[in-house]
Write a protein that binds this ligand. Structure first.
Ligand code: HEC
Ligand code: HEC
Ligand code: HEC
Ligand code: HEC
Ligand code: HEC
Ligand code: HEC
Ligand code: HEC
Ligand code: HEC
Ligand code: HEC
Ligand code: HEC
Length: 319
């Protein structure tokens, strides 16, 4: 196939790549596999001749802005080929899929190779631990979450309009959870999955952005950090002893309803204990012998400082 491609650099000098790549360096036919010619860079202007629409969309992205106006190194000056690799072979024969690094289904290059094109420039921040992260191990590509060919999201070059929407494409369970009666305002747009998780990798379980669940929660709920004179042991240990992170049909994201939540750990019975004695369904508001201690906020009616107390006599978390 003969194809003339216009324009090194400014499109002034028309260069025919065909003789350069396909004829002069073409190895003489021989039996068995032959090494193809080492591909070379052809420059962004060549790509624009055939990929008019893609190039126009790409022009709206931060990559185009930096690569065109303020390239910091030789690779950034390559334009399209910074990501798609040297493409002389592709220009000579667009049907040869192995001659261009593509990022969509059917790419001739494996995901690891595709990702390495991006990591060439983005091997910083949490991408330092991308390799080994759960997403990497499950063979995700950068382009599963990012579309760098057009500006679809306000920031982050994401595939969808927002980070959370992007996560929902593979995590529908969490979308359902955030629709439950009690949930943090994620669907309302006030927080995002990426406030709590780092999709690129984390030193901690579940890609969390903090050293522990509690450290994560304290970032936004600083009042729960204390220090408290009287601590409630399970709160210091892990907020998820009582709360769900994504959503719950019980009030305040609780893992179960009151008073059963408390009774999972407090089951004392005896002369003065008022916990074990409240074990029956009959004690509930609509039961046969309702107990006033179980109406409204139940145990927390009295033990209101459930996360910890600073009152000198708040040992029972009353005040
Ligand atoms: C002579 C016209 C022509 C030029 C020049 C050209 N391409 Fe293409 N390109 C095509 C055609 C045609 C296809 C579709 C091939 C197919 O579907 O089999 C294609 C497909 C692609 C794909 C998708 C490949 C895939 O496997 O899905 C990418 C990425 C691409 N081109 C990038 C580039 C880049 C980057 C440049 C500049 C270095 C460039 N092209 C220059 C014609 C061209
Ligand atoms: C920052 C890296 C990067 C740069 C720079 C870049 N591309 Fe792409 N390109 C991608 C990724 C990633 C995809 C896959 C997009 C997707 O997942 O839909 C892609 C897809 C494509 C495709 C396949 C069609 C498609 O949308 O799937 C073509 C054609 C293409 N790019 C051409 C170009 C051209 C022409 C340029 C320069 C004007 C260019 N690219 C610059 C990363 C890049
Ligand atoms: C040649 C270097 C280079 C390559 C290759 C490259 N990038 Fe970038 N990328 C940049 C630069 C430069 C910026 C602008 C950063 C800045 O503003 O500091 C950027 C910005 C970004 C941003 C942030 C955009 C925003 O709105 O803030 C994302 C996301 C991104 N790149 C993803 C990718 C992905 C995915 C790939 C591979 C398909 C890729 N990049 C390949 C250099 C590169
Ligand atoms: C599971 C989805 C996902 C994958 C996979 C992913 N990213 Fe991201 N990335 C995001 C989201 C979401 C953001 C926006 C983060 C935010 O809202 O703070 C982002 C932000 C970025 C940014 C800009 C902000 C920053 O941290 O510098 C760059 C650059 C980037 N990603 C590069 C990459 C590269 C390179 C890869 C592949 C190795 C990759 N990403 C894989 C979801 C992903
Ligand atoms: C292309 C699909 C895909 C997208 C998009 C995606 N994920 Fe994932 N994610 C996965 C897969 C696959 C797993 C592994 C699930 C498993 O092993 O059960 C996973 C696992 C996780 C885990 C559990 C980690 C662990 O240690 O068990 C978290 C947290 C997570 N993803 C957060 C996110 C966030 C946040 C986003 C959006 C920024 C996102 N994911 C986008 C596919 C995806
Ligand atoms: C307020 C912080 C927070 C937000 C926002 C958040 N998560 Fe989580 N997520 C967590 C915590 C904490 C865990 C760990 C649960 C555990 O230890 O059992 C978790 C666990 C996960 C897991 C592992 C499986 C599971 O459900 O336990 C996935 C997957 C996940 N989150 C995805 C998401 C996605 C997708 C979003 C956005 C829709 C999101 N998360 C928003 C805090 C959050
Ligand atoms: C990025 C900030 C952020 C992080 C991190 C965060 N939260 Fe929240 N949380 C919020 C916001 C915002 C609200 C809504 C507050 C309001 O409406 O006044 C909220 C509300 C709540 C509520 C009350 C829900 C209701 O229905 O009344 C609980 C319980 C809660 N968060 C627990 C947690 C736990 C547990 C963690 C750690 C896993 C956590 N939060 C981490 C921002 C955050
Ligand atoms: C022993 C169970 C338990 C533990 C552990 C726990 N909470 Fe709670 N939390 C509750 C209960 C019960 C409520 C509802 C209180 C009410 O009805 O007033 C609540 C309410 C909340 C609320 C919403 C009302 C408010 O006080 O702002 C937030 C936010 C919250 N918890 C955050 C946290 C954080 C952060 C942690 C971890 C440090 C944590 N909780 C650990 C039982 C617990
Ligand atoms: C995951 C287990 C767990 C859950 C759930 C739990 N607690 Fe506790 N609670 C403890 C532990 C452990 C202590 C410390 C006991 C000690 O020091 O002897 C404690 C201490 C207390 C104390 C102080 C008692 C004393 O002897 O000083 C009160 C009051 C209390 N919890 C009330 C509640 C209420 C009300 C709930 C329900 C909202 C609740 N707890 C849920 C484990 C739990
Ligand atoms: C009407 C107020 C009130 C309600 C409702 C209440 N408590 Fe108490 N609770 C108290 C008082 C007062 C004490 C302190 C008794 C003492 O110091 O001797 C106490 C003590 C405790 C203690 C310390 C150990 C013990 O048994 O004396 C625990 C644990 C406790 N409550 C848990 C609960 C749980 C769980 C519930 C819900 C099932 C609950 N409380 C409901 C008032 C209440």
């Amino acid at each position: 196939m003969r194809r003339h491609v216009g324009g090194w650099v400014a499109g002034v000098v028309l260069v025919s790549l065909v003789p350069a790549v396909c004829v002069s360096e073409e190895p003489t036919p021989a039996a068995g596999p032959t090494p193809s010619a080492e591909p070379t860079y052809v420059g962004e202007q060549s790509c624009r001749v055939c990929h008019v629409v893609e190039a126009e969309h790409w022009d709206g992205t931060p990559h185009a802005a930096v690569f065109h106006q303020n390239p910091r190194n030789a690779l950034e000056r390559r334009g399209c080929e910074a990501c798609h690799g040297p493409a002389s072979g592709h220009v000579a024969d667009p049907a040869d899929r192995s001659a261009i690094v593509s990022f969509t289904r059917g790419s001739a290059y494996d995901v690891d190779h595709q990702n390495s094109m991006c990591l060439e420039c983005h091997d910083s921040k949490s991408r330092l631990i991308w390799r080994g992260s759960v997403h990497e191990r499950r063979d995700l590509g950068c382009s599963d979450c990012h579309n760098t060919m057009a500006k679809i999201s306000p920031a982050g070059l994401l595939r969808t309009r927002s980070a959370s929407e992007t996560c929902f494409t593979c995590h529908p369970k969490q979308r359902l959870e955030f629709r439950k009666r009690s949930h943090m305002p994620l669907l309302e747009g006030k927080i995002s999955c990426t406030d709590c998780h780092d999709p690129h990798g984390s030193d901690n379980a579940f890609l969390l952005r903090a050293d522990s669940v509690n450290q994560l929660c304290y970032r936004c709920h600083a009042d729960k950090r204390g220090p408290f004179l009287w601590e409630h042991a399970p709160a210091r240990e892990n907020c998820l002893n009582c709360h769900r992170p994504h959503g719950s049909n019980h009030a305040a994201l609780l893992v179960s309803s009151m008073p059963f939540l408390c009774q999972e750990c407090h089951a004392q019975s005896g002369l003065f204990a008022h916990v074990g004695g409240l074990l029956t369904q009959g004690n509930l508001m609509r039961g046969s012998s309702p107990d006033e201690r179980l109406v409204n906020r139940s145990c927390v009616n009295c033990h209101s400082q459930i996360h910890g107390s600073n009152h000198p006599s708040g040992v029972r978390l009353h005040r």
